[in-house]
Design a binder for this molecule. Structure first.
Ligand SMILES: [Zn+2]
Ligand SMILES: [Zn+2]
Length: 289
């Protein structure tokens, strides 16, 4: 599994630039932080103009009003009893909190409860640039995986718990992306099912049409949140919640190019499951033998 960064289109850049630009002032940031202090989702109690001005510690109402006005409609909404932050403001706040650059995390540890599927060595877990990487220190047979994980998640995790947390995140995010919804921005996602890539690497790519979310993943991992796949794997004696490298290799193949059809076969201790999928990863058939 791998995760890169794609670039956004020109239209998105303009919007993103304006959104960033609005925050380029201390007073505006103070206003947002003051509004977010008592955030209770849709139930957030509005702050009055006077309360807000007081919270920001400003006495010049002309200047205060100028900056409040800039934020209004984008990050701040005026309601009957005052002002509330918008969902955009909270989303931005969460992103900054998740990846706040002041706390640096250095992780380079051996995972004593896991083994490399190729050579049996204990895998290595590393963290760099916001990505968790698990791979083998002893061989290059197993490529392991890399996935983004917010620094904020490190506060309560040792490396084994961290691995479980990353795996859970991958399952949810990739599962959501596979259903056509971007886990980061809720925009539509597209499945890129290049036959050569499926045949060479066993990978498909799920990418958001509007933000930078993109993930390369084996088709079975993308389907694990589907009840039918979970049930079929259990039926042949495999744990759908186990780490993906602990399962026997699932062999994806392109059974038809036009229309695109993908076939995924995995063999467990008590049988074989074959999934037949359309180009959008919809099920055409699930067969268990
Ligand atoms: Zn190895
Ligand atoms: Zn997105």
């Amino acid at each position: 599994m791998d995760f890169g960064e794609s670039s956004t289109g020109a239209a998105d850049d303009v919007d993103a630039r304006e959104a960033f630009d609005l925050l380029g002032h201390d007073i505006r940031l103070e206003i947002l932080l003051a509004l977010l202090e008592d955030w209770l989702a849709a139930h957030t109690k509005p702050k009055s103009y006077a309360e807000l001005m007081d919270a920001v510690g400003m006495e010049d109402s002309g200047k205060f009003n100028y900056h409040l006005d800039k934020l209004r409609g984008v990050y701040v909404r005026q309601v009957e009893d005052g002002y509330v932050p918008t969902a955009s403001a909270t989303a931005l706040y969460r992103a900054v909190l998740a990846h706040r650059p002041t706390d640096s995390v250095a992780v380079d540890q051996t995972l004593s409860t896991a083994t490399c599927p190729a050579c049996g060595a204990e895998p290595q877990l590393r963290y760099d640039r916001g990505f968790v990487t698990v791979d083998c220190p002893d061989c290059s047979e197993w490529e392991g995986f890399t996935y983004p994980f917010p620094q904020n998640g490190f506060e309560r995790h040792n490396s084994e718990q961290l691995l479980a947390a990353v795996s859970e995140r991958v399952r949810h995010e990739v599962g959501l992306a596979r259903t056509g919804q971007c886990p980061a921005c809720a925009g539509p996602t597209t499945v890129d099912l290049r036959p050569e890539q499926v045949e060479d690497d066993g990978w498909i790519e799920l990418a958001c049409d509007s933000c930078t979310f993109v993930v390369g993943v084996d088709p079975l991992t993308a389907l694990l949140t589907d009840d039918r796949v979970g049930a079929a794997l259990r039926e042949i004696g495999l744990d759908p919640l186990g780490h993906d490298w602990e399962r026997p290799d699932s062999q994806p193949s392109v059974s038809s190019r036009d229309p695109p059809r993908l076939s995924v076969t995995v063999t467990g201790p008590s049988g074989t499951v074959t999934l037949t999928l359309t180009g959008d990863l919809e099920f055409e058939a699930i067969d268990t033998e």
